[in-house]
Write a protein that binds this ligand. Structure first.
Ligand code: S3P
Length: 172
């Protein structure tokens, strides 16, 4: 497509490993709008990695920063935003995203996600734990929230271009 996307911001939500950042970056190119990775924004605001924030200040502190950063990103300008897997679980953040953007739930079976996340993953929620177990538990706890997103798209099959095509079709 030649002319840039002029619709509401598109926010990708879903579990770790589902492809939010990779798919989001490619989607933004196709729509000719900026791509923003919310976790990267949090890291540059804090001057620390997500892992360091969790380690030094704890998860609630991270969620506060995440809520603020996503609030700032919801300025109405067309863009694609990849969120960290827990962002949409926060009630305030979720309400904001649902109100201000088109929320897209990227989903795949937790076993597929566990295979996709690297073995030595730096994600604090996976550290030293069995990713299959963690992701299965998170799916049970979080899917009811993710299901509130406006659009549901599977990234189960890959490649990422297939997922991007499915999103483009869904948003018209
Ligand atoms: C988290 C997911 C991570 C990151 C943090 C917490 C979560 O983002 O925000 O480690 O709660 O699911 P990704 O979904 O990009 O891995």
């Amino acid at each position: 497509s030649h002319s840039p996307w002029t619709g509401r911001p598109i926010v990708l939500v879903g579990l770790m490993g589902v492809g939010k950042s990779t798919v989001g970056r490619r989607l933004a190119i196709r729509l000719a709008v900026p791509f923003v990775d919310a976790d990267h924004e949090i890291e540059s605001a804090a001057g620390m990695t997500v892992a360091e924030i969790f380690e030094r200040f704890g998860e609630p502190y991270f969620r506060d920063g995440e809520r603020r950063v996503i609030g700032r990103l919801m300025d109405g300008a067309p863009k694609v935003i990849a969120t960290g897997g827990g962002a949409f679980i926060d009630e305030t953040t979720r309400a904001l995203i649902l109100d201000q953007s088109t929320a897209i739930w990227l989903n795949a079976h937790p076993d597929v996600l566990a295979e996709r996340v690297r073995r030595r993953d730096t994600r604090p929620l996976l550290r030293g734990r069995d990713p299959r177990r963690v992701l299965a538990d998170l799916a049970v706890a979080r899917d009811p929230f993710y299901a509130q997103a406006h659009i549901h798209v599977s990234s189960q099959r890959g490649p990422h271009e297939t997922t991007v095509a499915a999103i483009l079709k869904a948003i018209g």
